[in-house]
Structures are given as structure tokens and as C-alpha cells.
Design a protein around this ligand. Structure first.
Ligand code: C2E
Ligand code: CA
Ligand code: CA
Length: 546
């Protein structure tokens, strides 16, 4: 309305101002102007303001009454907006004829009040409906973007992880939306999107709320989940259903709530990054991980560097001993890759492995290199000592998806002349939890080569011990987070004890990672952990030093 103020002031001065010289008092002008100012500023309630102005004018004009009456009426000056009569300004005695000048002032007042009163009328008609219409996407009835952001903000205001429950944001992107739109036409498209929205609303459970963020981007907030992995399986089931029944291809990005989030926009960005990542990889859904945030240019630079590094032989494999806990003798090794950059020096695998994984073919090459060097070293130690230690090698989730992996393992093992049973391939929970059935099949095929499997970083992912029995693994590696300081803390001790007991009940051997102190070692031995790995025993070392 503020754009009107210039126009109205001009109107006032023409109609009521000096040259008109009609019997409209300065007072009337002033009242009208201040009423208009208040309305433009959005202050107060337009209806009571109007009543107040009328009261003041009445007193000034010495009328018995001058008032605003809502609804249709036959007398007075009608207040109309968009052709609809909202009410009228009436006076008493009714038959008293208002002077033309006063009348025109009231007509202006009526015109001025109309849009504001229309708003009030709308809001009073059905507040619930109005509230909903402000928050809903018009086509689907799902929450619109501002409303959904408000929902996320509320969620973040709650304390996180209360009662062990968490919330997960899933964004869902409809692929090829433009093609769909042209194929189906506007109405057909809307119809399809409504069907899609119904599923979106229904399929993520009672504790979920769905929203539409953009034409082709939707989101679901799932609350009170005991395990974020559930969001992944719900989302996978939803995608399948949508594909089968609506012939829509969708990609999902999954971002579990983390303490770091204070701004809902960041949470949303993370979920969207996961969607993008999944699409770049040709996949259908992905979890958000911190490494995704890496700027794509920096990532690209590192990818190029990595390619060169592989060619230049800057990437090599180091080995860290794994000791038998009761006696302290070396039982095996873990192969860990190292990159020595000519300018930047040593680059940690935590930095470059995710980049290599993002590329896909790079991680396959690195994995193959590590596997080969690990087997060569295994062969050499076995020959020297007369007995063979076990050799642990990390497997990336990307390698796990490679159907050629079992063949590659057999080829490397044969070339080095080692027994595949001495190989322990380390997988992580996150690699196998998302598409469990598929992962289990892949693991079974690896087992057929004779190599053993080990679950790495146990406790840091989202899985539970209950799932472990489904996987053909023989060893569990307890993450450093559970080991460090465990001898000094009763609760940590109890957690360790529980993990050890349950792992043993599943016939798994245990490797405790990151053992740095004698206290930790003694506790682990006392609890019955078979193996330990950590700086207390030895740091990773180049192959020549093993
Ligand atoms: P990881 O598999 O959990 O490897 C154990 C990490 O803990 C290694 O870090 C090791 O150096 C470190 N570590 C060992 N003992 C101690 C200790 O007592 N205290 C502390 N603070 N740390 C200890 P590293 O070598 O930096 O490797 C980091 C991660 O990179 C590995 O974690 C693994 O996930 C990945 N990685 C390393 N090599 C490969 C590889 O060849 N292929 C794949 N796919 N991933 C690899
Ligand atoms: Ca490992
Ligand atoms: Ca580990």
C-alpha cells in the first residue's frame, strides 16, 4: 500500500486542499493522512483505526453518529474491494444530508480502508484455511518452502538426540522434470505430482512431514528415528514404489541431523548436496558426508594431482602391526596407503581417499595398488618368518560394488603366491548398511575367494550388533573412539565389555584400534579382546621396515 501514499497525498490536496476551498476542515485532512500513514506502516488493526477516525470526525462534524458497519447495507457510503461489498460508512441521523465536501472525504476514507478491511475480512472468514493457504504448496498441499524451513528451525530448537532418537532430512529430486512436463502437459504433470506427493506424505511414517521446495525438489523431515539408516531404507522403498507406480525417476539425499546444525539452510544444503552427489555418481540416493562439502574445484585439482601421483609412484603402502593381546607378539598387519606429494608433503588418506572415491576409477586403482603391495609384503614376511601373519586391507565401498573384485583379488593373490585365507578385507558399516541385500551378496562372493572379512570402525556408523550376524565376517574392529581412555572411565569400560561379549557371542574375533596406553591394553586383554592395534605397539611403517 505504501506505493499509494504519493498518489493519495496528491488526491487529498486536490480534493481537500487549499484551492478547493470547500468546507472540509484541516482536521479532516489531518485525520485522514494519519490514518493512511498508520495503515501503510502496517500498525494496528485497520478496523479499529477506522472506527477511531470516524469517532473523531463525528465529534468534529457534530453528528450523532458516524460509523463503520461491516456487511452489506443499503445506506451510507459503501466500502468495496474487488467488487465485493465489505460494509459501509453510515451516519446518524440518516436523513441528514452530508455536505459534498464531507462526503468526498468519507469516500476517500472508504477507498483507503477497503484493501485493509478486505484482508481482515479474509482472515476472519476462516483463520485455519488462511493459515493453511499461506503455508501450503498450491498444487500438492504439502508445506511450501518457507513453512518447511520453519519446520526445520523448530526441529533444530529441540535438544538433539533426546531419548536416543534422531531426525533425518531427506530431499527428493524428480529427474527429467522438464521432459515430464512436456510429455504430460501442465495438468497431467500436476496430477502426477499430486500422486507423488500423496506417497511422499504417507510412506515415511507417522513422524514425517513433507514439503515442496521447488518445482521438482521435495523434502521430508522424519523425526524420532532410532536409527538414521531407517530413513535410507524408507527412502529406497519409496523410490521403488514411485518408479513402479508413477514411472517417475527420483533421487534422494539423506542428511541426518548433527549437532553442528544451527541454521536450517545448512541442513537443507547438505541434503541437497547428497542428491547432487548421488546423481553425479549415477546412483539413486546418498547420505551426506562432510567430504562432499569440499569445493568442487579443489576436488578436481586433487583428482588431477592424484592421477599424476599414481603414475609417478607417489602413493605407496605402509604397514601397521596388529598384536596378539595376551602375549604382545605380532599377529598381523594393516596395510595403509600413504601419499607423499612432492610439494605438499604427506597427505593423509582421510583427505585423498574420499576424493579418489568420488572419482570412482581412481579408488579402484589405489585399492588395487594397496592390495598388490600388501600381498607382496605378506609373501615376503611369510617367507622370512616361516609362518604367515594375517594382512588386513581396507576396501572402499566403491570397490565393493565392483563386480570384478573377486576376480581381481584372486589374480593378485596368485601373482604374489600367498594364501588368500591370510587376507582380511576391511569393510565399513556404512558401506554395507544401505543396500544390505546387495552388499551381502557382494561379500559372499568375496568370501568365495577364500579371503576373510572384517568390520572396520565398529561403532562409528549407524549399525547395531544385531545386523552383524547377517554379514559373513570373522573379525570386528572396535573404533578408537571406544578404546581411548576406556580404562579410566567406568561407563566406557561397560560399553567395551558389552561390545566384546556380543561380538564373541557371534563368534567374531576382535581387534581394538588406536591402543595408545598400557592401561588401555591391559583392560582390553582383561575383557578378552584378541588383538590390539595402535601407537603403543607401533606406528604405520614403510614396507622395507616391516
Ligand atoms: P582406518 O582403516 O581406521 O585405519 C586406522 C587409522 O588409525 C590409520 O590412519 C592409522 O594410522 C591410525 N592409527 C593407528 N593407530 C593409532 C593410534 O594409536 N592412535 C591414533 N590416533 N591413530 C592410530 P591412516 O593411515 O591415516 O588412515 C586413515 C583412514 O584412511 C583409514 O582408517 C582408512 O579408512 C583409510 N585408508 C587408509 N588406507 C586405505 C586404503 O588403502 N584403501 C582405503 N579404501 N582406505 C584407506
Ligand atoms: Ca581399516
Ligand atoms: Ca578403523
Amino acid at each position: 500500500m505504501s506505493r499509494d501514499s504519493g498518489f493519495l497525498s496528491r488526491l487529498f490536496s486536490t480534493l481537500l486542499g487549499g484551492s478547493a476551498k470547500q468546507d472540509v476542515t484541516q482536521k479532516g485532512q489531518e485525520l485522514l493522512a494519519s490514518y493512511q500513514r498508520e495503515l501503510s506502516d502496517g500498525n494496528g488493526d485497520p478496523e479499529s483505526q477506522l472506527t477511531r477516525v470516524l469517532d473523531q470526525l463525528r465529534a468534529y462534524w457534530e453528528l450523532e453518529s458516524l460509523r463503520w458497519a461491516a456487511g452489506t447495507s443499503s445506506s451510507g457510503i459503501p466500502v468495496r474491494f474487488s467488487g465485493e461489498e465489505l460494509g459501509s460508512i453510515t451516519w446518524h441521523p440518516e436523513d441528514s444530508k452530508l455536505e459534498e465536501s464531507r462526503r468526498s472525504l468519507l469516500v476517500i476514507l472508504a477507498g483507503l480502508a477497503a484493501p485493509y478491511l478486505a484482508k481482515v475480512a479474509e482472515s476472519q472468514a476462516d483463520p485455519l484455511q488462511r493459515w493453511q493457504s499461506e503455508r501450503a504448496d498450491m498444487v500438492t498441499g504439502l508445506l511450501n518452502r518457507p513453512a518447511f524451513m520453519g519446520l526445520l528451525l523448530n526441529e533444530l530448537a529441540k535438544p538433539s538426540g533426546s531419548a536416543g532418537l534422531t531426525s533425518v532430512l531427506v530431499t527428493v529430486h524428480i529427474q527429467d522434470y522438464t521432459k515430464l512436463y512436456t510429455d504430460l502437459g501442465g495438468n497431467g504433470y500436476d496430477e502426477r505430482i499430486r500422486d507423488f506427493s500423496r506417497l511422499l506424505r504417507a510412506d515415511f511414517g507417522l513422524h514425517s512431514t513433507a514439503g515442496r521446495l521447488e518445482e521438482d525438489m521435495f523434502a521430508v523431515l522424519i523425526c524420532d528415528l532410532s536409527n538414521p539408516d531407517k530413513a535410507a531404507s524408507m527412502s529406497a522403498a519409496f523410490r521403488n514404489k514411485v518408479e513402479a507406480t508413477l514411472e517417475l525417476d527420483v533421487t534422494a539425499g539423506i542428511a541426518p541431523r548433527v549437532d553442528l546444525y544451527s541454521d536450517p539452510q545448512i541442513w537443507l544444503n547438505d541434503a541437497r548436496t547428497a542428491v547432487k552427489q548421488a546423481e553425479e555418481r549415477g546412483g539413486q540416493q546418498a547420505f551426506f558426508s562432510q567430504t562432499m562439502q569440499m569445493h568442487s574445484v579443489a576436488r578436481w585439482q586433487m583428482e588431477t594431482d592424484l592421477e599424476n601421483a599414481l603414475e609417478a609412484g607417489q602413493i605407496e603402502t605402509w604397514f601397521q602391526p596388529i598384536v596378539h593381546l595376551p602375549g604382545g607378539e605380532i599377529a598381523g598387519y594393516e596395510a595403509l596407503c600413504r601419499w607423499t606429494h612432492p610439494e605438499k608433503g604427506g597427505i593423509r588418506p582421510d583427505e585423498f581417499i574420499p576424493v579418489a572415491e568420488n572419482d570412482g576409477s581412481l579408488i579402484l586403482e589405489i585399492g588395487q595398488l594397496t592390495l598388490r603391495e600388501a600381498c607382496e609384503t605378506l609373501a615376503r614376511i611369510s617367507e622370512r618368518n616361516g609362518t604367515a601373519p594375517f594382512m588386513s586391507v581396507n576396501l572402499s565401498p566403491v570397490q565393493l560394488k565392483d563386480s570384478q573384485l573377486p576376480k581381481k583379488i584372486l589374480a593378485v593373490v596368485e601373482l604374489a603366491g600367498v594364501n588368500p585365507e591370510h587376507l582380511k578385507l576391511e569393510i565399513t558399516e556404512t558401506a554395507v548398511m544401505h543396500e544390505r541385500e546387495k552388499a551381502i551378496q557382494a561379500l559372499e562372493r568375496i568370501r568365495e575367494t577364500g579371503a576373510q572379512l572384517s568390520m572396520d570402525d565398529f561403532g562409528t556408523g549407524y549399525s547395531s550388533l544385531a545386523y552383524l550376524r547377517e554379514f559373513p565376517i570373522s573379525t570386528l574392529k572396535i573404533d578408537r573412539a571406544f578404546v581411548s581412555g576406556s580404562d579410566l572411565d567406568e561407563e566406557a569400560k561397560e560399553i567395551l565389555r558389552t561390545i566384546v561379549e556380543m561380538a564373541h557371542s557371534l563368534d567374531l574375533k576382535i581387534v581394538a584400534e588406536g591402543v595408545e596406553t598400557e592401561g588401555e591394553r591391559d583392560l582390553l586383554a582383561e575383557l578378552g579382546c584378541e588383538y590390539g592395534q595402535g601407537w603403543l605397539f607401533a606406528k604405520p611403517m614403510p614396507a622395507e621396515e616391516v
